[in-house]
Design a protein around this ligand. Structure first.
Ligand SMILES: NC(=O)c1ccc[n+]([C@@H]2O[C@H](COP(=O)([O-])OP(=O)(O)OC[C@H]3O[C@@H](n4cnc5c(N)ncnc54)[C@H](OP(=O)(O)O)[C@@H]3O)[C@@H](O)[C@H]2O)c1
Length: 186
């Protein structure tokens, strides 16, 4: 992966952090996305030390906010002229219904819309960097649900694990791992 630039969301914990570690170990230039500067910087230090790869940096963003996602993309585009791998991994499970700063149901906004918006904002760069990949981390729970297109934001009743609030299902219905050079448009 030397010479490749990778952007990983949800990189301060769990699957995203393990992915960032693995990419750094393979020699990639890795940009972590984290919402908490202290946790983010600590993760950068940890990965640099563990992998002996200094080319690891942090960009801050709260991915539940569309303004913050746009700022993240602007920041990345201002500093990088290549993106070979985008890993959308940030996500969370909410027992009770919450609403984001944009007025959207939180699970849908964070686990699905954020992936879509960030990918869309970076798509030209991904395509210009081909061969490139977009990886969306979802859940096996996708098989348990159906999408209620009449109530995408669970306004009629929020039950955290039931189909309408299954965060993985809409994401699994969009292409989950596209070769960026051949991403369908529209
Ligand atoms: N682990 C599983 O068994 C499992 C099963 C099904 C699906 N998944 C999916 O896999 C993905 C990763 O899961 P995980 O287990 O690795 O989760 P995790 O350990 O809880 O990590 C989630 C990551 O998302 C970040 N995040 C949460 N809300 C954010 C926000 N508003 N803005 C920016 N970053 C935010 C967290 O940042 P902070 O450090 O700041 O909290 C953290 O880095 C998620 O999308 C999850 O839905 C996981």
């Amino acid at each position: 992966m030397r010479g490749r630039t990778c952007l990983v969301t949800g990189a301060t914990s769990g699957i995203g952090k393990a992915t960032a570690h693995a990419l750094a170990r393979k020699g990639a230039s890795v940009v972590l996305v984290g919402r908490d500067p202290k946790r983010g910087e600590a993760t950068v230090r940890e990965i640099r030390t563990a992998t002996a790869n200094e080319d690891v940096e942090l960009l801050g963003a709260d991915l539940s906010s569309q303004v913050s996602i746009r700022e993240l993309a602007d920041h990345f585009l201002a500093e990088h002229d290549r993106l070979h791998v985008l890993v959308n991994c940030a996500g969370a499970f909410f027992r009770d219904r919450r609403v984001t700063i944009d007025g959207l149901e939180m699970t849908f906004a964070l686990n699905h819309l954020a992936y879509f918006l960030l990918t869309t904002l970076l798509l030209d760069l991904l395509q210009g960097s081909a061969p490139a990949r977009i990886v969306n981390v979802t859940s096996g729970a996708q098989s348990m649900g159906r999408i209620d297109f009449e109530d995408l934001e669970s306004e009629r009743g929020y039950q955290a694990r039931l189909p309408t609030t299954n965060p993985s299902l809409p994401t699994c219905c969009s292409p989950t791992s596209w070769p960026a050079g051949s991403t369908p448009q529209g």
